[in-house]
Design a binder for this molecule. Structure first.
Ligand SMILES: Cc1cc2nc3c(=O)[nH]c(=O)nc-3n(C[C@H](O)[C@H](O)[C@H](O)COP(=O)(O)O)c2cc1C
Length: 365
């Protein structure tokens, strides 16, 4: 029998009610200290009918925390803020994993107390990020991480996972996508180190696997997922052989019995396209990784169902549809038309474009 979007699924330690997941989305509403408040709790609780909510990327270390208004999980206050979120989501019967990131080279100096951004090699991110005055600003050449800085980052990821679970989150998703620190170590376009963290594919996977193992040691593999974006060119990230790289990583990960592998592909095909035009790697990942796989990227109900029916994935994640349809599961179930999101309120601000997209009553459909 064909699996449907509405069928339950076992994901690591959890039995989830459906296979419609909320993709991680930075919404930049946690203030200068990165502390989630009641508004953030309301936003996630509104979306609790998703089989799994994956939160916005949350910084593990102040030096990797460069998106203005994005949350962190390295202070007690941030942890307390997240406890409000997990409580609100659980009260509505939802499950929630925290996406954790270190932004690596893609941060502006002003966001990290005047320090230089960190990266595997001295290769700046391409493109720009708005500074505190909203002026698009180019990235500087990052500092090459020393071995002790690498070890510190590994510990920061592990401590963040511990804090996330202590705050009541159900698990973590390691952000190894979209050019940020782990992705920058993985790919040969950004990692040109000649030590044990660079060169061969095995060496370039070393930082990732150290992070994974350190997190498993703290919270157990059944609470850990990971996200890749193998063919995404965000901030100029690239690799000469993404299929060889990511299938190798997947074969190492399967041994660790993680909750899931989340693959963003095809990447964003919107106006500010991040697509590198490379052939997809997800099918090869599906073959190399005999565990639960989530697909994401420009899916809708039909193509999401197709991904399950063709066994391309076990579950699917939706990003932008979740911004403006908190009841996405019910809308799909009852064939209710979707509300379009307003991109002007994606990042920053308050309730507008955040918690004011309301659920549609089924009887009014
Ligand atoms: C406003 C916004 C913020 C995003 N923030 C993140 C993020 O924090 N972490 C991440 O891995 N992807 C992030 N993404 C990418 C989404 O998770 C998703 O991969 C992308 O939107 C494609 O899925 P969709 O076509 O269903 O929207 C973001 C996307 C949007 C639109």
């Amino acid at each position: 029998m064909t699996v449907t979007l509405f069928d339950p699924i076992q994901l690591g330690d959890y039995h989830l009610k459906n296979r419609i997941f909320m993709a991680p989305m930075t919404r930049a509403r946690t203030g200068p200290e990165g502390i989630p408040n009641e508004l953030v709790a309301t936003y996630y609780a509104q979306r609790a009918s998703a089989g799994l909510i994956i939160t916005e990327a949350t910084a593990v270390h102040p030096r990797g925390h460069g998106w203005p208004g994005a949350p962190g999980i390295y202070t007690d206050q941030q942890q307390e803020g997240w406890a409000k979120v997990s409580k609100a989501v659980h009260a509505k019967g939802g499950r929630i994993f925290m996406q954790i990131w270190h932004m690596g080279r893609a941060v502006l100096r002003e966001s990290i107390q005047g320090q230089q951004a960190l990266a595997p090699s001295a290769i700046p991110a391409e493109g720009m990020l708005p500074n505190s005055e909203g002026v698009p600003t180019a990235f500087e050449i990052p500092e090459v991480m020393s071995i002790s800085q690498i070890k510190e980052a590994v510990s920061a990821f592990a401590d963040a996972a511990r804090r996330a679970v202590d705050a009541g989150l159900d698990g973590v998703e390691i952000h190894a996508a979209n050019n940020f620190l782990i992705d920058a170590f993985l790919r040969d376009g950004t990692n040109q180190r000649d030590d044990e963290y660079g060169g061969s594919i095995e060496n370039r996977c070393k930082f990732l696997l150290e992070v994974v193992d350190a997190i498993i040691a703290k919270i157990g593999a059944g609470k850990v997922g990971i996200r890749f974006s193998p063919t995404n060119a965000m901030f100029g990230i690239k690799d000469t052989n993404p299929e060889a790289l990511f299938t190798h990583a997947a074969r190492q990960l399967i041994k660790r019995n993680l909750a899931y592998l989340h693959v963003l592909e095809p990447a964003l095909d919107s106006g500010n396209s991040m697509v590198a035009g490379l052939p997809p790697v997800a099918p090869a990942l599906r073959e190399s990784y005999d565990g639960l796989m989530i697909l994401n990227g420009s899916l809708n109900q039909e193509t999401g169902q197709d991904a399950l029916s063709s066994n391309a994935a076990d579950a699917v994640a939706f990003g932008t549809p979740y911004i403006s349809n908190p009841d996405l599961v019910e809308r799909y179930e009852n064939l209710i038309a979707l509300t379009e999101p307003n991109p002007e309120t994606f990042y920053g601000g308050g309730a507008e474009g955040y918690t004011d997209y309301t659920a549609k009553e089924v009887e009014n459909a």
